[in-house]
Design a protein around this ligand. Sequence first.
Ligand code: NAD
Ligand code: DAU
Length: 383
Amino acid sequence: MTLLVTGGAGFIGSNFIRDWLVSHDERIVNLDKLTYAGNPDNLEGLPDNRHTFVRGDIGDRALVADLLARYAPRAVIHFAAESHVDRSIEGPGAFIETNVNGTLNLLEASRDHWSQLAGRSREAFRFVHVSTDEVYGSLAPDAPAFAEDHPFAPNSPYAASKAASDHLARAWHHTYGMPVLTTHCSNNYGPHHFPEKLIPLVIVNALAGKSLPIYGDGQQVRDWLYVGDHCSAIRRVLEAGAPGQTYNIGGWNEMRNIDIVRTVCELLDEMRPRPDGQAYASQITFVKDRPGHDRRYAVDARKIATELGWRPAETFASGIRRTVRWYLDNPQWVARAQSGDYLDWVTRQYANRRAATGSAPASLHQAAPSRATAQAAREEVTA
Ligand code: NAD
Ligand code: DAU
């Protein structure tokens, strides 16, 4: 038996594959384009006989059809996406291309494959579409958390592209009867998180003596979930979820950005004190806000708890400690992740953000292997 996983070289996909191979016998075929966010280092140490990596685009119909025909997976777990909100504001095109057109292609190829199946294989086939809580928009401070029937109101180009893909997934079930299940998860954190997102960015900048940029007033609220818990929820949805249903996944852990950053700083003060004895929090810098910045997300995860019996295993205190420890123990991963396109992106993203208070944000660059080194590493894995 085989699963086809898309985007498995990224943050959540690689965590999913690692956890899956520990707890299941089934093989995984991992289709990933290796964009700047797809990191072959995330796949290091996976057993070759049960993990097959294919570098390619979910938008490549012939390739996807070939993989489906060759490996006859019993399920597609679809993680591949452009995932960073700030990048979507600067350049929405790639988000539409991958998140919308790519998902369309994957749905169509999977429908062809599924419609040729018969009997038990046809009944058992599943397409799990991994989406986000951002499709629901922003909540007022005292509004109830997003339930599955909350209307869509995506605010960023990223969220809009994910919402569009969710509508496609829903329609493919409604019209063609395809066994599609969609998940809407809140903010993840954990090992292998690309250091453009808040938590890993703060860890690596703090250690490098650089500024910790907080957008606007830092009072925005997110609902944080340890990545391993997101992966266990997806396994549960695959195992027991009902086709056509959507499931919210969340950590019941709403926190303000400023408190997240302070927590990370306090952990670093304890685990890797600054040589000068100063607190890492002194590196916090308030910078210009993200355009259209959503104020609050909160996920009502009661449906997946009551219907499928899933609950998160980590508390925020345990998960964030594990996460900070992982970054302290893996400086090489960080250095390599910060090579190539990452450098160009950070230059563009932060160059014009003048500090609203405090000192101007320093360049977030860090000494890292050259583009050529990073490219060589990629070819090696995909050869
Ligand atoms: P990520 O950016 O770390 O990884 C995305 C992966 O997809 C990368 O390996 C990239 O190379 C690959 N990819 C991009 N375009 C591709 C294409 N056209 N063809 C094949 N592969 C392609 O993202 P992530 O944080 O791991 O998120 C994974 C999924 O989970 C996304 O669909 C995202 O919307 C969703 N999600 C993320 C979070 C979060 O907090 N990170 C929360 C909820 C939902
Ligand atoms: O809610 C789920 C979503 O969570 C996923 O769908 C997205 O793929 C994922 O990137 C994440 O989106 P966010 O925009 O919430 O994550 P990010 O880490 O970019 O930002 C978290 C919060 O921190 C957000 O309010 C913006 C703020 N922020 C972010 C960065 C990068 C800062 O204040 N400073 C920063 O430098």
